[in-house]
Design a protein around this ligand. Structure first.
Ligand SMILES: [Zn+2]
Length: 315
């Protein structure tokens, strides 16, 4: 990576509310710079695959290194295709942080190859306990539960401490502070969700991206528009007819679409139901773009809770 390209990426990262180590920050292998912890050594370049993991990682890294995001806010990670230059960015990283669990479907082979070539990789979803499953496999959308994200933060901080031991204390301290924020946001949204009567805690969503949220906060997923845990599957007429029926039978009040994709199918389903069903867009697999309140991960968790509570408690 050239210094110029590094600087350009750094500017992109700044607009994504991700920290940069400083103006003199160059590519990996450059002369070390001194960060606020006083450690001297080459500042690591970390590439996170998703905007969600990028924001979380930036909170752990602080000014000790540079965090870049591969799949920007507003882009569907299931459907992402890696370009040759993006492949080089991954290869040049000191650490790659991926979601795993099949989220970045097109990256599975590339990530395996990077690991075999010696690039340090964290698969954030791999070490989690208490993951829900979709059709017998782990649900990749663990971030919809901030307490599962808390576990992932520990995994990421531990790895950073191993690859950059001079700054280990800083990574651990920032991870601890951020985890406290995750616990706080969990308590906040728990209190919000408690205002929904238990019989009304029903979710119909575009794809099966909210299983972790449902498990943590006591919702029942009564149906999905696109079957399975990926946006790449397609709906069929039979399953949509079944969905209309279950929405009618269970008195479902809203269909939760997604900020990333089209809500056209959800609207078609809603039209078939013999009463008003609201379509509400949630933040599923990527951060919202600024100035959206979901432009940070903590903001995303709060925004989804507010949207769900508003839709399911409307008189
Ligand atoms: Zn998804």
């Amino acid at each position: 990576m050239t210094v110029r390209a590094g600087f350009a990426l750094c500017l992109v990262a700044v607009t994504l509310v991700v920290g940069c180590a400083g103006d003199d920050q160059g590519a990996p292998g450059d002369q070390g710079t001194q960060d606020s912890s006083g450690a001297v050594g080459p500042a690591p370049v970390i590439v996170a695959t998703t905007s969600i993991l990028g924001d979380v990682t930036a909170n752990i890294v602080g000014d000790a290194g540079r965090v870049e995001i591969l799949i920007p806010a507003g882009v569907d990670p299931h459907d992402f295709q890696l370009s040759a230059s993006e492949g080089e960015r991954l290869r040049g990283a000191d650490l790659v942080i991926a979601n795993g669990l099949g989220l970045e479907e097109s990256l599975d082979d590339v990530i395996g190859q990077l690991e075999s070539e010696g690039t340090e990789v964290v698969l954030a979803g791999d070490a989690l306990t208490g993951l829900v499953s979709i059709d017998g496999v782990g649900d990749p959308h663990f971030w919809q539960d901030p307490l599962l994200m808390h576990q992932a933060v520990t995994t990421i901080a531990d790895k950073l401490a191993v690859i950059d031991p001079d700054r280990a204390d800083g990574y651990r301290a920032r991870a601890q502070a951020y985890s406290a924020e995750l616990d706080t946001v969990h308590r906040e949204v728990s209190a919000l969700y408690a205002s929904i009567p238990s019989a009304e805690r029903l979710l119909v969503t575009t794809h099966a991206a909210f299983g972790a949220l449902a498990q943590r906060y006591g919702f029942e997923i009564v149906g999905v528009v696109i079957p399975g845990g990926s946006t790449l599957a397609s709906a069929n007429a039979g399953s949509l007819a079944d969905l209309v029926e279950v929405i009618e039978d269970r008195g479902v009040r809203a269909i939760f679409g997604e900020s990333l994709g089209s809500t056209e199918l959800a609207a078609t389903v809603a039209d078939e139901v013999g009463r008003d069903v609201e379509i509400v867009e949630l933040y599923s697999d990527a951060l919202g773009e600024p100035p959206s309140s979901a432009a940070t991960y903590l903001g995303l968790v709060r925004a989804n809770a507010e949207l769900i509570v508003a839709a399911l408690t409307r008189p």
